[in-house]
Design a protein around this ligand. Structure first.
Ligand code: GAP
Length: 570
């Protein structure tokens, strides 16, 4: 695990995992490009998910922990779907964040992020320090002369918070606080409350204001902002032609439920899986790829009988947690967190998140990798009957003031008929929804390791290595000739070509000293290096070096591919 996110970001750029999108033009906030190694890593993450869900699924065996055997199918739906999809799903009305913008620097902030951003802001820290307090102090020992000194100081207030009311007009700003203190000596002097006073010049007109984490200027009231990217289909940019880039892949599975049942003769319980791009116009994209505006999801909708849905929810919750553990995040940094009842969506009877202790978080905090939700029959019913909302007797059709449905349904029958039990019902859905980019980032962070290893002269050198699970490593094998003569390059090239022909990702390198070549492979997480040396030329054997243990074994050239394939299987 790296000490800071900067180590990951710099390694990713240096070694071709991830680049800022459109970097030569200064980058585009919230968008990232996967480089030559990143694209392989992310493809391996996707493949591991798809293999687990679809390719290796055995529909005739009951997996451990599952109520019974089940079928799995995959689809790939379009990114732009009928706009009505988003009205029924709730994204059109509800998929919005409350936003505040700074009247001075014009920066936008998510209302629920403002206070955490203020606590981390350099000007707030400097302001709190001038009263000998930290940002989490309950009460500040406030003094007006100290505040005026701070506001006039070229290195503190003037430089860090130029748009703060206290800095622009200290006397007027402080007079508001003094007046209130006179009327109420017990006034709340916690830091958040003080900051509101410091951001307010005319309390009688505006009320207390919230300062901008960047420049101290006052923020607007929170306003709703929809996160869906809009576009138009066809030549005319009219309301009728307005469409959206999908904010999740899940709806593709719901609207194709009937198509899959009719075309594939699948029986409930079964799942439909999909991997694809989603788009959200996030207000504050941040923490590298963790919160991006364009990202990839790996989602699966599992359709089951309502009476079995709680068992299936438990099964998928545990199975998805185990997937990350198997692929290299075994302990401490990964948790499975059940949502408290007040966190659940109105239709959900249970949701759990798989979360990871990313290095950009405080100790003890975790960021979401995947949510596993019991969604009941909300989605199929919404597409069938129209947009639903919570009523006194459960889900009911959302209505306009005149009693008409707010958004009518498709009118298509999305119920399922079980020809054995002769029962017709609307299936319940369990949804494991994972992010391919977040999973890739977590695997990268977890793989990051540093140690000290002797070089050719026996001197200890710092080594950075990525301890990827071999299935995820972008390159599985590097093949080296020990020296660039005596037929070694030709022999190494021959072995390299055979490994590639066997479908195993490999690289060939002959420049630089052998130790340096090993270290370069360690840094990109290549699990094994094969070296052709003098003994290869006489005895047809090579050395196989392990990235983690550094152990080197000799084996016949004829056994190399079998050995690598065996190790990749385990
Ligand atoms: N269909 C349910 C759904 O989309 P979500 O929790 O909004 O649920 C699922 O998204 C996963 O998609 C998240 O757990 C996360 O891994 C990924 N994800 C969501 N928003 C993201 C963003 N802005 N950037 C990167 N990944 C994101």
């Amino acid at each position: 695990m790296p000490k800071s996110m900067d180590q990951i970001v710099s390694l990713c750029k240096r070694r071709g995992f991830l680049f800022q999108s459109s970097e030569i033009y200064g980058g585009l906030n919230g968008f990232w490009d996967y480089g030559p190694l990143g694209v392989e890593l992310k493809r391996n993450v996707r493949n591991a998910w798809w293999n687990d869900m679809i390719t290796h699924h055995d529909e005739f065996t009951v997996p451990a922990g599952a109520p019974r055997e089940f079928q799995m199918t995959g689809i790939e739906s379009s990114i732009i779907m009928h706009p009505q999809v988003w009205k029924r799903s709730g994204h059109y009305d509800l998929f919005a964040d409350m936003m505040q913008s700074c009247r001075h620097c014009k920066k936008l902030f998510r209302a629920d992020h403002v206070w955490s951003m203020l606590s981390a802001s350099p000007w707030v820290r400097s302001f709190a320090e001038c009263f000998g307090a930290g940002v989490s102090a309950d009460r500040i020992n406030f003094s007006s002369p100290e505040a005026i000194n701070w506001s006039r100081d070229r290195k503190r207030g003037q430089k860090l918070a130029p748009a703060l009311a206290l800095v622009r007009n200290p006397e007027i700003t402080l007079s508001g606080l003094a007046e209130d203190l006179q009327n109420n000596p017990e006034l709340d002097l916690s830091l958040p409350q003080l900051l509101r006073y410091m951001a307010t010049e005319q309390k009688n007109i505006t009320g207390l204001q919230v300062p901008c984490p960047e420049c101290g200027g006052d923020l607007t009231e929170p306003r709703r902002f929809n996160l869906m990217f809009e576009t138009y289909t066809g030549a005319i940019q009219s309301d009728e032609n307005r469409a959206f880039l999908r904010p999740e892949t899940a709806q593709g599975m719901f609207v194709n439920f009937k198509n899959v049942v009719d075309s594939m003769s699948v029986r409930i319980p079964f799942g439909i899986a999909q991997i694809g791009k989603s788009f959200r116009n996030e207000i504050t994209p941040r923490n590298f790829t963790f919160r991006s505006r364009e990202f990839e999801q790996m989602e699966m909708e599992f359709f089951c009988h309502p009476s079995e849905s709680r068992q299936w929810y438990q099964y998928w919750r545990d199975r998805r947690f185990a997937w990350y553990q198997k692929l290299g995040i075994p302990g401490g940094n990964l948790i499975l967190r059940d949502h408290a009842p007040e966190e659940l969506s109105h239709y959900s009877v249970g949701t759990a998140d798989v979360e990871y202790a990313f290095p950009f978080l405080e100790a003890g905090e975790y960021g979401e990798l995947e949510g596993i939700a019991h969604r009941g029959d909300f989605d199929l019913r919404s597409h069938m009957e129209g947009k639903l909302c919570k009523g006194p007797n459960g889900l009911e059709l959302e209505k306009n003031a005149d009693g008409s449905p707010k958004y009518k349904g498709s009118g298509k029958d999305l119920s399922y008929f079980d020809d054995q039990s002769r029962e017709r019902f609307i299936p319940h859905v369990i949804e494991p929804a994972a992010g391919a980019d977040r999973a890739t980032l977590a695997f990268l962070c977890e793989a990051y390791n540093e140690d000290k290893q002797p070089d050719e002269k026996g001197e200890l050198q710092e080594r950075v290595y990525l301890k990827f699970h071999p299935k995820l490593a972008p390159v599985k094998v590097a093949v080296f000739p020990l020296i660039k003569k005596e037929g070694m390059p030709e022999k190494a090239l021959e072995i390299y070509r055979e490994i590639k022909a066997a479908g195993i990702a490999a690289v060939f390198a002959q420049q630089a000293a052998i130790g340096k070549r090993y270290r370069r492979q360690d840094e990109i997480g290549t699990p094994w290096c094969i070296t052709v040396d003098g003994d290869t030329m006489t005895g047809d054997t090579v050395t196989l070096r392990d990235r983690d243990s550094l152990e080197q074994i000799r084996l016949p050239v004829s056994k190399v591919i079998d050995e690598i394939a065996r190790r990749l299987r385990t």
